[in-house]
Design a protein around this ligand. Structure first.
Ligand code: ATP
Length: 336
């Protein structure tokens, strides 16, 4: 079966700046594919070429079996797209705007599309009677999501779709993605938040500086295995406590601060968190935070600064020195 998205050796230059270096990405039908990477990695550039907002400098892109450049209206009707920078400035109400989109999008009956749009507005909690330009950033984003989902397109291309949404609405959005997948739709979403990719994506590609530095399923990439930890414990023997923590496997970048019997300890745990918790439990714990590190930190830690800078990945997930583009292609062939 043809892949829903086929990107081969895609290169994009902005003047002398190369935003994408011979990128290879394939998305299989009916899957959720996550594109993650730090700011400036090339996510938006990649997604824009899929909807012909920008054109490749070289390489080839096919979406639902067609070249986006020549697919025209017929191809666009099969796609739902949320751009990275959503501008909704019109005087018309959300309802009126969605009515218009319902007329022009997709092959479904416009009334059924609009009914779905209203249901999604209820779920996401947005008032469609207000002029869209008066809506807050988060509420505009909700209207953007609704117009992309309501005609139930074969393919959803979502660029940082949860930007500006509060956590409850983000959860509802993730549910919408799961429902789309159950209905057989294909979803490509970009994010720099690892957790939302982890919760939805079947496969993921990590982009850094316009190159795929790793791809595969989320677990194999081990990006989620790193956590940033911070704890405060009471102890009368800071040196002994420090020595205990030094023996915790996977705990790195440790910083310790001792103040009047309160020891503040911070660092990153790579792998199982249990050994750290077990050592912590020997003390009176006054505070504890366990956080997802930012994606840049994860990418750099796992794939190395050189990978992020030059694309020469050296990870456990992909322990080879072959160029990432080749690895991406090999992985894709392996899945076929
Ligand atoms: P973010 O998470 O910050 O949105 P991104 O991964 O989506 O980042 P892109 O917006 O695709 O990254 O940008 C990739 C690179 O291309 C960056 O170095 C950016 O500065 C550059 N770039 C993007 N658009 C343009 C443009 N119109 N002109 C010049 N350079 C651009």
């Amino acid at each position: 079966m043809t892949d829903t998205i086929e990107i081969d050796r895609l290169q994009k230059r902005y003047g002398s700046r190369i935003a994408l270096h011979e990128l290879d990405l394939h998305v299989r039908p009916g899957t959720v594919f996550g594109l993650i990477g730090p700011n400036g990695a090339g996510k938006t550039t990649t997604l824009r070429t899929l909807v012909d907002v920008i054109r490749p400098s070289s390489g080839s892109v096919r979406v639902l079996g067609e070249d986006p450049r020549h697919g025209g209206v017929a191809l666009r009707r099969r796609i739902g797209y949320v751009p990275g920078e959503l501008h909704l400035e019109g005087r018309s109400s959300g309802h009126r705007m969605l009515s218009f989109y319902a007329q022009v999008s997709g092959s479904r009956d416009a009334t059924a599309t609009l009914r779905t749009g209203r249901e999604l507005a209820d779920r996401l909690g947005v008032d469609l009677s207000r002029p869209v330009r008066t809506l807050s950033k988060g509420n505009k984003q909700k209207v953007g999501l609704i117009q992309a989902f309501m005609h139930r397109p074969e393919l959803l291309i979502l660029d940082e779709p949860t930007s500006g949404l509060d956590p409850l609405v983000q959860r509802e959005f993730l549910q919408m993605v799961r429902e789309a997948k159950s209905a057989g739709q294909t979803v490509l979403l970009s994010s720099h938040v690892l957790s939302e990719i982890q919760q939805t994506a079947d496969e993921v590609a990590v982009l850094a500086n316009g190159r795929v530095v790793a791809d595969g399923d989320v677990a194999s990439l081990r990006l989620g295995s790193i956590r940033r930890v911070r704890a405060e414990i009471s102890t009368t023997d800071a040196a002994a406590a420090r020595a205990d923590f030094d023996r915790v496997p996977g705990l790195g970048g440790v910083e310790v601060h001792d103040s009047d019997g309160i020891l503040s300890i911070s660092g990153t745990v790579d792998g199982a968190i249990d050994p750290f918790i077990k050592v912590l439990a020997r003390f009176e714990v006054r505070d504890l935070t366990v956080e997802e590190p930012d994606l840049e930190e994860s990418v750099l830690r796992l794939y190395g600064a050189s990978a992020a800078n030059a694309g020469a990945a050296t990870s456990e997930a992909a322990p080879t020195n072959e160029p990432p583009t080749r690895r991406a292609r090999r992985g894709r062939e392996g899945r076929r």
